[in-house]
Design a binder for this molecule. Sequence first.
Ligand SMILES: *Cc1c(COP(=O)(O)O)cnc(C)c1O
Length: 387
Amino acid sequence: MGKAMHLTGSFHPSQRVLLGPGPSDVPARVLNAMAAPTLGHLDPEYLALMDDTRRQLQTIFRTANELTLAISGTGSAGMEAVVVNLIEPGDEAIVCVNGVFGTRMKDVMERAGATVHAIEVPWGETIPPERVADALRAFPRARVFGIVHAETSTGAHQPLEEISKLVHASGALFLVDAVTSLGGLPLEVDAWGIDACYSGTQKCLSCPPGLAPVTFSPRALARMDARRSKVQSWYLDMTMIRNYWSADRAYHHTAPINMTYALREACAIILEEGLDTRIARHSLNHRALRAGLESIGLHYIPSQSLTTLNAIHAPDGFDEALIRRRLLTEFGIEIGAGLGPFKGRALRIGLMGSSSTRRNVQLVLAALEIILSRSGATSAAASIYAS
Ligand SMILES: *Cc1c(COP(=O)(O)O)cnc(C)c1O
């Protein structure tokens, strides 16, 4: 399966169908955009492109936040940027933990010097608002509250609006991980009162990994401006990054120029499709996949599933690693394995961005019919498309 090692000549990766937890398939338009000539990071043409990218991201995040930009780095850099800029050592924080990414947010907050109180529920479940109300009552000094909208490790879709109201009533800032929701699920930064939100390019935006869109509300900005201590990370300090993305254009670090071309193109594709149409497409393909999977006896892990990621229990009597290996080698399809308590016991099928198509749904179902020696999945999916 792997390629032999060569130290000269070009690399020619295989064309895969990316149905894992990210990266998703990248449209040719986006890849071609990356191949355009590299500009200098202070070239007026590049600065104009940054302004366009900010406006695109504001539309996709559904926010008027002035401080909306792409952090250099993957989704985790977005997480870290939000956390280190809004937490000062000694602050109290509350974080919701129901999978890998809530666990990671807690770790990042602790490394930033916060005392973190976790609201934990079993993996695969969502956080009930009553638990949030209890935690806010128990820890009234919490200055930030973090939660994952789309928990990619379990496929759980976390409702946010009611929780946002509780958090705001307490005076804490509302931080949201939207890595697997931005561009695929309904997400309303302003209408839902989200104070800081981060995402990544390689999930529902269908761009290669490498940038992390972030947005900060005026409340979050005021919190940053009132800091008593310097931001713990030099590289991710928004006070300096802001100056580069603002009229000052003060050099901080060299922007990933060609990655920004890619993000601009990926955002253009999203806005051409229309955000609502795109969200509806994710929903339709998820319903078709789900009908197919359930028709051959496969069961979803979360009760509230994402449309962008489908986490199912591995079928009894099969080696899940072998299923994934056969999908890759025989069909060129990548899907994801289980993590944490689901390691070796789950399969995760992503339908993100450009990967969320009727063709891919039918392809992965047909492949699973063959591998599992079952039938009916593709016709169950077809009936959803026909209805
Ligand atoms: C993928 C993911 C991340 C981390 O993003 P990277 O790009 O891998 O750094 C964070 N949160 C969620 C919910 C994710 O799915």
